[in-house]
Design a protein around this ligand. Structure first.
Ligand code: ADP
Ligand code: ZN
Length: 621
């Protein structure tokens, strides 16, 4: 067995590498630079942690996220690896102790922020033998990326200052320009580019179109009910929404908190800590949340609004299911999102690029073909075989049924025309539905021939069909005229019967969406005796019988105790996947633990017996 494989098994407790990991490690161990592109949760850390254990000297990991460092250091320590983080959170005596440990070789992996690095460079040059610099979030070096950090630019001098050290840059987001920028600015030499697949097959993809407030809440509650006692994130576009949604959830008896940039740093840290340590289940957050979180057992990510770009979207859903267990992602998308996001784009400095990015995001949300294919295509992974539908997105599971929607489209267009194209999205739907709102009466729109012409179709469906019409190019939004809808040339052709319009049936999509959560929740719960809440790690998995799931809950409690004793998050002790494997295998000796996924030697030695005892007690021996 190669040294790398041996470490993977003995230290981390994993049997096999994920795609690319082994090649990357071999390349770096041979002292060649590398640029690694892997999706969030893809397993980047091991790519520098294993070389760090093979090299004689110290490995320095540069990361902009101080909160993440603590997690990673905890996780490494739990596996018996000497790791520390030098940063401004420590007092000077703590930092001095860390320096000592580095010099004596006790600390193999040192995490540091780029700001801090500047102050420590001369100490590092004189007192350390640095084998490897791992530059995490490497896209921060590029102005082209979405996260430029000026402190990163100094990293270009690393090779000159540390001629013997190998450089490794890692990121989850890099388009072509950013990629080139990273290589150039870091002065990578003899480097190789490693791009792993961006596919995360354990994440299900689902888009719900045309939902507004109450419908969203209902759907969200239904999703959460499938994941009792489990962690999830809800991303909202505005601070106000994060608070509103969190409040609605709390009212419904759910443990939820808001997180946004308007809160103080202390408040935000408290929420983050609560989430990491499973003290709060749901965080409703603006995009600011999650960057510094490595929590492996996030079971669902919901987008309350359409994100700005596919990059953002993919990074955010990537925070679900890092442990590889099935996890759910749901995106809500309605007209208001488009209006809000378009106005952001128009006010932004890089209007053209941002507009293009939003277009692509919208295309994803409107897609009538496998959504995973759209995502992978976006990241330049073209599926070669014709039949590469993923089977784990809403389109694959419930192919949209199409129908001749010419009459519906004509009704909508005619309503818009008869008002002189002076109404927006909501008003159009209301006129079609025949809702006698104050605004409608005031404008005498209730006298229009088209008022109530579509009353048999629900309001929600009208919202869906109007969105489809927008995407099909029959109407467009006049952003400079109060977002009124205008009929395009192509729309006029449909209106005047020169061509037909095909729509996707909204009713069928909805029927399965409303029925699915209930039926799935039921089947998930039926596997559990009352009081055993954690269903989702099992739902959809064939191997979760009554007995194993009861044992899972017992093991969860043991894990929680160990976590509290060490002040670690539960997932640092063992991942959900390891617990699941324990519950399935029911090991009754320390030796048996070597066959359990993710149970490395240090962990077996430290607390293996407690899990074995719990299994034995459960089995009544
Ligand atoms: P990221 O690429 O986002 O930094 P991480 O390095 O945090 O991802 O890895 C995500 C999760 O996958 C971690 O829990 C890690 O332990 C696990 N992991 C990484 N490599 C493997 C492997 N070869 N086998 C099993 N689990 C792995
Ligand atoms: Zn699919």
């Amino acid at each position: 067995m190669s040294a790398a494989r041996e470490i993977l098994k003995s230290v981390f407790g994993y049997d096999s590498f994920r795609p690319m990991q082994e090649e990357i490690i071999e390349h770096v161990v041979a002292h060649h630079d590398a640029l690694v592109l892997m999706p969030t949760g893809g397993g980047k850390s091991i790519c520098y942690q294993i070389p760090a254990l093979i090299f004689r000297g110290t490995t320095v990991v540069i990361s902009p996220l101080i909160s993440l460092m603590k997690d990673q250091v905890d996780a490494l320590n739990a596996n018996g690896i000497g790791a520390d983080a030098l940063n401004s959170n420590n007092d000077e005596s703590a930092n001095e102790a860390i320096r000592q440990r580095c010099e004596s070789g006790l600390t193999k992996i040192l995490y540091i922020s780029p700001e801090r690095l500047q102050r420590e460079i001369s100490w590092m040059q004189h007192s350390l033998n640095i084998s490897l610099f791992a530059i995490d979030e490497a896209h921060c070096i590029s102005q082209w990326g979405h996260d430029f950090r000026p402190e990163y630019t100094q990293l270009g001098g690393l090779h000159q200052m540390f001629p013997d050290a190998t450089l490794m840059a890692l990121t989850a987001t890099a388009d072509k320009l950013t990629k080139e920028d990273i290589v150039r600015q870091l002065n990578l030499r003899e480097f190789k580019l490693f791009v792993s697949s961006f596919d995360r097959p354990n994440l299900s993809l689902d888009v719900r179109r045309g939902y507004t407030g109450q419908d969203k809440l209902k759907a969200i509650l239904s999703i959460i009910s499938k994941h009792e006692n489990e962690s999830g994130i809800i991303y909202c576009l505005s601070r106000k929404n994060t608070e509103k949604v969190a409040e609605q959830l709390v009212d419904a008896g759910i443990s939820a908190k808001a997180y946004h940039a308007g809160m103080s740093a202390d408040e935000r840290n408290a929420v983050q800590e609560d989430f990491i340590n499973d003290r709060v289940d749901v965080v409703c957050a603006t995009v600011a949340f999650g960057m510094g979180i490595d929590k492996s057992n996030v079971r669902y990510v919901i987008h309350y609004n359409l994100p700005k770009s596919i990059e953002n979207f993919y990074q955010e859903i990537g925070r679900a299911g890092r442990d590889g267990l099935p996890s759910e992602t749901v995106l809500f998308y309605n007209f208001q999102d488009i209006v809000t996001l378009r106005s952001f784009v128009n006010d932004s400095g890089q209007r053209e690029i941002n507009s293009e990015k939003l277009d692509r995001m919208q295309e994803y949300a409107e897609s009538q073909i496998c959504r995973r294919r759209i995502l992978l295509n976006y990241f330049g992974e073209n599926s070669e075989s014709g039949n590469s539908n993923c089977g784990n997105c809403d389109i694959c599971k419930h192919p949209p049924r199409r129908f001749d929607g010419t009459i519906l489209v004509q009704k909508a267009l005619s309503a818009i025309k008869r008002t002189g194209e002076r109404i927006g999205f909501t008003m159009t739907a209301d006129i079609l539905k025949g809702t006698r709102s104050e605004e409608i009466v005031k404008n005498s729109f209730d006298k229009l021939k088209t008022f109530g012409a579509g009353e048999k179709t629900t309001l929600k469906h009208w919202h869906d069909y109007l969105l489809q019409m927008l995407q099909l190019g029959y109407i467009e939004i006049a952003y400079n005229e109060n977002n009124h809808l205008k009929i395009t040339e192509s729309g006029n052709e449909v209106l005047f019967g020169k061509k037909t319009a095909e729509l996707a049936l909204a009713a069928s999509v909805e029927a399965r969406q409303d029925s699915e959560p209930k039926s799935r929740a039921r089947s998930g719960r039926s596997k559990f005796a009352k009081g055993h809440g954690t269903t989702a790690a099992w739902s959809g998995l064939a191997d979760g019988g009554d007995e194993t799931s009861a044992l899972f809950e017992i093991l969860r409690k043991v894990r929680k105790q160990i976590a509290d004793e060490n002040s670690w998050p539960a997932y640092v002790v063992l991942s959900d996947r390891t617990l699941k494997d324990l519950a399935a295998q029911m090991p009754q000796s320390l030796g048996d633990l070597h066959n359990v996924f993710g149970f490395g030697e240090k962990k077996i030695e430290k607390f293996g017996q407690r899990f074995v005892d719990a299994v034995k007690e459960f089995l009544g021996r």
